[in-house]
Write a protein that binds this ligand. Structure first.
Ligand code: HEM
Length: 347
């Protein structure tokens, strides 16, 4: 969290430039505009992850992000078949495109890495990955693979999930104006027309509840996966060593036996007394996973979401556009299939 606090200014900076573009659009359209926001949210979170972890901007990583997005779309077509052994080695049209994209992403990342090696920059995540690779000392091919895999992981895990969560939050606030009003009142009271800082973010209780409830109903990561290293028994199910176990987060998050009869309803108040107060079994609330492999970036994501949302809500009011079609879809993350269109006006 201490490291994340040092990133707050760059997050405010990235969000502000996106919101300026919304302001100009609204002004040019006479005070109210229908804006497709999900693409902007993705660029915003890509910019934050590029600057926070890789010391470069979104513009520089743009080609990597666009190929990762194409890769994500292709891999989601395979859906649950993804875990079937051998399938990814068949030279189908999809697989051949996936292999091409993976090669291009790898060479773009290595290009970025070489520029960094020459520039000898500060100790950000990329620098730590490079040092880790040096220490592993396992031959050039393996070293490059270590670097590429780690960078790819952070690029993808760090921006799609956060951008998608921001999309779902805006959809839910647009369709629950009473919560929009409550969050706006809190932000106005806490920030008093100043830009948000770490201390202010800590005080945003209502906004935190809204984020928690959104992550309950629309957890972007659909599954947590595990592989047993030996034969195990869970309840009365025998799971042999090496079998992939997929835990569907959404089933746990919306089980009426755990969350009550209104489990499917958007009600951030259920988190008024924390996660333990919200349900019968707090260990099933796992939007960021669980245990030693829990999400590495959850503080970064929560901070980024609070900054973005507090800035949006203090400047704009919004409703769902008639162009919006509700269709949560599994595309490696659970995202709004047809994008997010909002009708936005200045306050
Ligand atoms: C709302 C945003 C996010 C959500 C919902 C989310 C969710 C998750 C989930 C469910 C896992 C799997 C955990 C497990 O298996 O127990 C995970 C892992 C991971 N996440 Fe996130 N994540 C988010 C944002 C981020 C960000 C911003 C970053 C990077 C800075 C990040 C980096 C990672 C990494 C590196 C892992 C793998 C950790 C490991 O295997 O040790 N995530 N995330």
């Amino acid at each position: 969290m201490e490291k994340v606090k040092g990133m707050i200014n760059l997050m405010v900076d990235s969000a502000s430039s996106m919101l300026k573009s919304w302001e100009s659009k609204i002004e040019s359209e006479g005070g109210i505009a229908d804006i497709r926001v999900d693409v902007d949210l993705r660029s915003f979170s890509a910019d934050v992850i590029s600057r926070a972890c890789f010391g470069s901007s979104f513009t520089k990583g743009k080609e990597i992000f666009s190929r990762l997005r194409a890769l994500q779309q292709l891999m989601s077509i395979q859906g649950l078949l993804m875990g079937v052994p051998g399938l990814s080695h068949l030279p189908t049209k999809n697989n051949r495109t996936i292999w091409r994209l993976e090669k291009e992403i790898a060479s773009l990342i290595l290009k970025l890495v070489n520029e960094r090696r020459e520039a000898k920059s500060e100790k950000d995540l990329l620098q730590m990955i490079l040092e880790g690779a040096k220490n592993a000392d396992s031959g050039l091919e393996n070293t490059d693979r270590f670097i590429v895999d780690n960078c790819k992981n952070i690029y993808f895990a760090g921006h799609e999930t956060t951008a998608t969560t921001a999309s779902w939050i805006l959809i839910l606030l647009a369709s629950h104006p009473e919560w929009q009003t409550r969050v706006r009142a809190e932000v106005e009271q806490v920030c008093a027309s100043c830009l948000p800082d770490a201390n202010m973010l800590r005080k945003m209780k209502t906004l935190t509840m809204v984020i928690q409830e959104t992550l309950r109903l629309y957890p972007p990561a659909a599954f947590v996966t595990r592989e047993p290293f030996e034969d195990i028994t869970i309840s009365d199910i025998r799971v042999p060593k090496g079998v992939n176990i997929w835990v569907p987060i959404i089933k746990l998050h919306q089980d009426p036996k755990i969350w009550g009869p209104e489990a499917h309803k958007f009600n951030p108040d259920r988190f008024a007394h924390g996660i333990a107060g919200a349900c019968m079994a707090p260990q099933v609330y796992i939007p960021f996973g669980v245990g030693p492999r829990t999400c590495l970036g959850q503080n970064l994501a929560m901070t980024q979401l609070k900054i973005l949302l507090s800035l949006i809500i203090s400047k704009f009011s919004f409703t769902l556009s008639l162009n919006y079609r509700h269709s949560p879809a599994f595309k490696l993350v659970i995202e709004p299939e047809h994008g997010v269109d909002l009708v936005i006006s200045r306050i």
